[in-house]
Write a protein that binds this ligand. Structure first.
Ligand code: GTP
Length: 598
């Protein structure tokens, strides 16, 4: 079969617009999966992903479809992660395709990630097939959404497919559109091997599995290959496709998408976006390079029980087998003991990893507030980067500090514009653009310090817009900021793990708020605990947690034993995530109290 019967495509969409449900329908229709075998949303294979309804690891499925023109087509559906933290993975997955379904919720319309993903696809010169999903909803307004797609994304949406993945409407039309409107891959089997690494993951039986988009040439088990960036050479063990279970095949040919294994043990040897070629006859046109993804958000993680330090190290080692974007480094804190400073691609990535560490590895952890990487130029000319506020040099040594900034896009109904702009300003946002995309919805473009976004920005945005604002961002370099380190002292001892970096103009009220918040979460003990917020030697705020007066159970009158038990259990549960600093017990919430600041 020639390439003309192959289609390589992705589905791109804003979160919750129905990407996974549509994928399920396509799989069902083409019967790649037996109905009984079909679990909900087969593309989201990890439990956490299923629970959160997001897709983290890109995967691919090969579908066979007999079209109305009488020909049988192979449709490779390459899944893309939907979230902003995984932008680079999205762009590589798209680079492996000739086209994409642009799924938009017909009731909600274009949202921030619709735009970000569509632009990325247009940059890769993909053909987009707009699909208006959820037309079963009474509030669906396909005409309005068609106009939004045309106005904002600038593509013709007059032939958008109307679909309801829920009611299985439009599935065949989508398949026909893929065949008719997305071009077949070009590429030449006679040319030297050229394949792009789209994704890779660790499999305990096979070692590292590499997802490849074949561009030129052929690949078989036994072939010698070279990774062009690292120059490493290997021998291929096996090649195959996902149906959706992995199925070995004899050969992968130009235009196809499939996997390869080559006895590779460490995923860190593999760079997404790198070119695989034949070392004896290398391609003369490797892909234009790839980007090492760099973590942008960091936090400290410490085992509640310091005896579990090695377990935490093992868990991180195992997790990074499957996620080479996490970085971790041993660190110690006077307050928290021995732990690790872990780097993530973004906040969602951080939450996922924290959850996996606790769930899959059964670890109790205390984590510190997230922080970004600050670049500090010292008076002696030295430039250092710090990912932990505790590492900030003495102000007398600092010439200036730079912080990472982002270009943010917010789409929202007009009634929330005032509140959202207020929030953006309070987070030091600078407006770049504001325009209406329809009579009732606007798009705001702002630059913001990333450090302000890691501090609970999403939740605030959701609450001021009642969940109606969508948000997306890209990194936009570094900018100077008038920043200072705010320290917290408990009974006059500085607690390194509670230090944060804030803008000078916000230091006073943040210090005061933080001291108040800490007072709320630090439990009473046998003695008074003085909480102070300070910059250098200057105390900005002070509060006190008063000593206990009586036993907590004393207020359980009448010997209600179940109630008493409950209270004690609650106390015990609360105790789990405590760290003692000096003689003061600090609960986990205290380390994250900073996220709750206004
Ligand atoms: P992420 O994986 O989080 O990016 O979301 P997604 O885009 O894959 O969306 P998903 O398929 O998980 O669908 C989101 C929600 O919309 C789910 O509750 C679906 O049941 C629902 N949904 C999907 N398609 C339709 C549809 O055609 N009509 C209606 N009414 N609901 C739908």
């Amino acid at each position: 079969m020639g390439n003309e019967n192959i289609r390589n495509f992705s589905i791109i969409a804003h979160i919750d617009h129905g990407k996974s449900t549509i994928a399920d329908r396509l799989i069902e229709f083409t019967a790649a999966v037996d109905k009984r075998q079909m679990r909900d949303q087969i593309l989201d294979s990890m439990d956490i992903e299923r629970e959160r309804g997001i897709t983290v690891k890109a995967q691919t499925i090969r579908l066979t479809y007999k079209a109305d023109d009488g020909n049988t087509y192979i449709l490779n559906l390459i899944d893309t992660p939907g979230h902003v933290d995984f932008t680079y993975e999205v762009s590589r997955s798209l680079a492996a395709c000739e086209g994409a379904l642009l799924v938009v919720d017909a009731a909600q319309g274009v949202e921030a990630q619709t735009i970000a993903n569509a632009y990325m696809a247009v940059d890769q010169e993909l053909d987009l097939v707009p699909v208006l999903n959820k037309i079963d909803l009474p509030s669906a307004d396909p005409e309005k959404v068609t106009a939004e797609i045309e106005d904002i994304i600038g593509i013709d949406a007059s032939e958008a497919v109307l679909a309801s993945a829920k009611e299985n409407i439009g599935t065949k039309e989508i398949l026909e559109a893929i065949v008719k409107r997305i071009p077949s891959p070009t590429g030449d089997v006679a040319k030297p091997l050229k394949a792009m690494i789209v994704d890779s993951w660790y499999d305990s039986y096979l070692g590292v599995v590499i997802l490849l988009r074949m561009v030129d040439g052929e690949l078989r088990a036994g072939d010698k290959i070279q990774f062009m960036a690292s120059k490493a050479e290997r021998t291929v063990d096996a090649v195959g496709y996902f149906n959706p279970k992995p199925a070995k095949s004899d050969v992968l040919k130009a235009g196809e998408v499939g996997f390869m294994t080559a006895s590779i043990k460490d995923i860190r040897e593999i760079d997404i976006g790198d070119t695989v070629t034949n070392p004896k006859k290398p391609t003369s046109t490797p892909f234009p390079g790839f980007k090492k993804v760099k973590p942008v958000v960091f936090c400290g993680m410490y085992p509640v029980d310091s005896a579990n330090y090695e377990d935490l190290r093992d868990a991180l080692e195992k997790l990074s087998l499957n996620d080479s974007s996490i970085t971790y480094e041993a660190e110690s804190s006077a307050a928290l003991g021995f732990g690790f400073r872990i780097g993530f691609l973004g906040l969602l990535h951080m939450e996922i990893i924290q959850e996996r560490l606790e769930r899959e590895f059964d670890l109790d952890l205390v984590s510190t507030a997230p922080t970004v990487v600050y670049r500090i130029t010292k008076r002696n000319g030295e430039v250092i980067e710090i990912d932990n506020p505790a590492g900030m040099p003495d102000p007398s040594e600092i010439d200036f500090i730079e912080e990472p900034v982002i270009a943010a896009t917010v789409i929202l109904p007009e009634e929330y514009i005032g509140g959202v702009i207020q929030l953006l300003i309070s987070r030091r946002g600078v407006q770049k653009n504001i325009k209406f995309i329809s009579k009732t919805r606007a798009i705001l473009e702002y630059t913001l310090p990333l450090g302000e976004v890691v501090m609970d920005f999403y939740d605030k945005l959701k609450s001021v817009s009642r969940g109606y604002a969508s948000f997306d961002y890209e990194m936009d370099g570094y900018a100077r900021g008038d920043l200072v380190k705010l320290d917290i002292l408990l009974n006059k001892d500085k607690v390194d793990a509670l230090s944060i970096i804030v803008h000078k103009d916000h230091a006073f009220y943040k210090g005061r708020d933080l001291a108040d918040k800490l007072k709320d979460v630090i439990h009473r003990q046998m003695f008074d605990i003085a909480i102070q917020a300070a910059i250098g030697n200057k105390i900005l705020a002070r509060t006190t947690v008063k000593a206990y007066r009586k036993n907590v159970t004393a207020k359980c009158y009448g010997g209600d034993i179940t109630r008493k038990k409950k209270l004690l259990e609650k106390q015990k549960a609360g105790k789990k995530r405590m760290k003692s600093v000096g003689n003061v017990e600090i609960p986990q919430e205290a380390f994250l109290a900073v996220l709750k600041l206004g």
